[in-house]
Design a protein around this ligand. Structure first.
Ligand code: FES
Length: 347
């Protein structure tokens, strides 16, 4: 059809819908399918058998990877050292990835190399298929199931069922393994900050003098003597703090928290109250702290209240002062649990 042709009769064919400029789009010749090439497996039964063995091999790889995952889960616990956590995560991740990849690649290879190589063309049509088409689709699916010849390929069927049946264990076992585990949540209510604990730099552990903290600067802080704790990483995860100095004139402090800062220096938990990411981006001009995970923003000048984002609570404040030598110390632990809300929190 040329763009100068008269308007055709009303039709559901989208290529004949009138353009804004009063013309109709040209129709293009259907280029058809490229030349069909038979696959090796269609011509040579040996090649077909080889493809089947490859699919079996991939399912076996998946089965072995799932078993490897389960062995790693029990035999290589994460422990509480960075290198043991890394090792455990690496083995679990590899097991899971290879297990899923094995199933995925096997399914694709099965479809491409073993299922019938029909080429079909479909005309464009309305989004919702007619009832006839939908019924035909069901037929095609049934045809596909028959086409996969799963009934005739016993070994392939067995390994596929084995891989699919075993894989959910990689999810179920860790969940079941934790039943009866340590569910004592009271430990989340307290950190290792105590009256007189010095604030030290993270990760070097150098005590911080109040005179070292200039206006606008920010320190990442951990408690002194962290490495003497039984589980230093757990303790650090809970007690990590951000230290900021503002012009005391800029600080809005409620009456009950006026004594929690020292000369404009304030300390807040670094654990976002949304879902626990480390809040670390400080904007000196606005006094805003930004959590990089979901952009919750806290106003350090105003009790670390939430000014934007999904977090619902201000960051808990650590009451601080200085000791006789001018080093910053905690007055006490936090007065509320740090981190995201959990099921025991009432407010
Ligand atoms: S964890 Fe901080 S905004 Fe979501």
């Amino acid at each position: 059809m040329s763009i100068h042709d008269p308007a055709p009769e009303a039709t559901t064919d989208n290529s004949l819908i009138l353009r804004e400029d009063g013309t109709y789009p040209e129709r293009f010749e259907d280029p058809g399918h490229p030349e069909h090439h038979d696959r090796m497996g269609d011509l040579d039964p040996k090649a077909n058998k080889k493809a089947e063995r490859q699919v079996v091999f991939l399912f076996v790889i998946s089965i072995l990877a799932t078993i490897g995952f389960l062995i790693a889960y029990f035999a290589v616990p994460p422990g509480d050292q960075p290198h043991t956590i890394l090792r455990s995560n690496l083995l679990l991740g590899l097991g899971l990835a290879v297990s899923l990849l094995g199933i995925g690649i096997a399914a694709v290879h099965w479809g491409k190399a073993l299922m019938n190589d029909h080429e079909k063309a479909e005309d464009r049509h309305e989004q919702r298929s007619s009832d006839d088409t939908r019924a035909a689709a069901v037929e095609v699916l049934k045809e596909g199931a028959a086409d996969s010849a799963i009934g005739r390929r016993g070994l392939l069927q067995g390994t596929m069922i084995g891989a699919l049946a075993l894989f959910p264990l990689a999810i179920v076992v860790p969940i079941v393994g934790n039943v009866g585990g340590d569910w004592d949540v009271s430990k989340f209510k307290y950190t290792m900050w105590r009256k007189g604990t010095r604030l030290t730099t993270d990760p070097t552990g150098r005590p911080i003098k109040a005179s070292d903290v200039t206006i606008g600067s920010i320190f990442h802080v951990q408690p002194d003597k962290l490495d003497e704790q039984e589980h230093p990483l757990d303790e650090k995860a809970k007690s990590i703090v951000l230290l900021v100095r503002l012009d005391p004139e800029d600080l809005k402090e409620s009456e009950d928290k006026k004594s929690w800062s020292y000369n404009g220096i304030v300390a807040y938990s670094k654990i976002c109250t949304h879902v626990g990411c480390p809040v670390a981006l400080y904007e000196q001009q606005t006094h805003h702290l930004l959590c990089p995970c979901h952009q919750s923003t806290f106003d350090v000048a105003d009790g670390a209240k939430v000014v934007f984002g999904p977090a619902k609570r201000p960051l808990p404040q650590l009451p601080i002062t200085v000791d006789d030598e001018g080093y910053l110390i905690a007055q006490s632990d936090f007065h509320e649990p740090v981190g995201p809300s959990f099921w025991e929190r009432l407010t």
